[in-house]
Design a protein around this ligand. Structure first.
Ligand SMILES: C[S@@+](CC[C@H](N)C(=O)[O-])C[C@H]1O[C@@H](n2cnc3c(N)ncnc32)[C@H](O)[C@@H]1O
Length: 243
């Protein structure tokens, strides 16, 4: 997508509506991460509005975060407990924090917001340098199989059709760069609004190799936060890496 910069996807307007609809698996995510944190401390890469970090911290785990979007972090700060979380403003590929963590996690496909393989590998290497000896790194991401079933490597989905507004999800896939150029398009009598986002996806096997390069190995892989089995039909994976 010409002239795209990742920060464009996380501006004021995006932050304002980010928490309007939940994914619905927050409880299970938090229970899973609490178990793996084993008392903490924990670090969330791309902490955003604190959707996961705040309820996890409310269970007594110290959760620190990294993010590069001031509007997203302002939302976190405005929530109860938001002023107690240490957030470092920066690129999560650098893991620009001191100290070591028992749990580092990146959820909701956000590893793929790093748009090159180099940045994703760098992220793994920096994560490994900030894990305690028994620390684990949890990655939740989609399985890209559906992109390889698209006709002409593109799609338009009618995401929402209301009386006054239609919301389309428009995507184009490049299997060579492994990039998905996507935009949500909102059409209403007020006009047209577009919300672009680009992802550089990786297959689970490639992510495992990134971990190996960083001196980590896959310990567990499930298809969801309730430890559902990962199979050829799984649309996402929750993967746990450690030494
Ligand atoms: C989809 S939101 C996820 C937020 C939160 N982890 C959650 O699950 O609700 C993605 C977040 O990643 C942040 N982000 C994207 N790329 C980043 C980067 N390279 N460095 C730091 N933050 C980044 C955005 O600012 C945004 O807050």
């Amino acid at each position: 997508m010409k002239d795209y910069e990742p920060i464009l996807s996380f501006g004021e307007a995006d932050a304002e509506t980010y928490d309007d609809s939940s994914r619905g698996d927050e409880e299970a995510t938090i229970a899973f991460l609490e178990r793996l944190a084993r008392g903490g401390p924990a670090l969330e890469l791309a902490i955003g509005t604190g959707r996961i970090a705040l309820p996890l911290a409310a269970r007594g785990i110290r959760v620190d975060g990294i993010d590069f979007s001031p509007p997203m972090v302002a939302r976190l700060r405005a929530k109860p407990g938001g002023d107690q979380i240490a957030v470092t403003m920066g690129d999560f590929a650098d893991v620009p924090v001191p100290g070591a963590y028992r749990l580092i996690y990146v959820v909701y496909n956000t590893l793929f917001n790093l748009l090159t393989q180099d940045d994703q590998v760098r992220c793994f290497e920096n994560v490994a340098a900030h894990l305690t000896d028994d620390g684990v790194f949890v990655v939740e991401a989609f399985v890209p199989a559906y992109l390889h079933r698209l006709r002409d490597d593109q799609y338009v989905d009618a995401e929402r059709i209301d009386v006054g507004e239609v919301r389309l999800d428009v995507g184009r896939h490049d299997p060579v760069t492994q990039r998905l150029d996507e935009s949500h398009v909102m059409l209403s009598s007020a006009g047209v609004r577009v919300a672009p986002i680009v992802a550089r996806y990786a297959w689970p096997s490639e992510i495992d190799l990134m971990a190996r390069i960083a001196g980590l190995r896959l310990m567990h892989r499930w298809s969801g936060w309730e430890e559902e089995p990962f199979t050829a039909a799984s649309r996402r994976h929750v993967s746990v890496y450690g030494r």
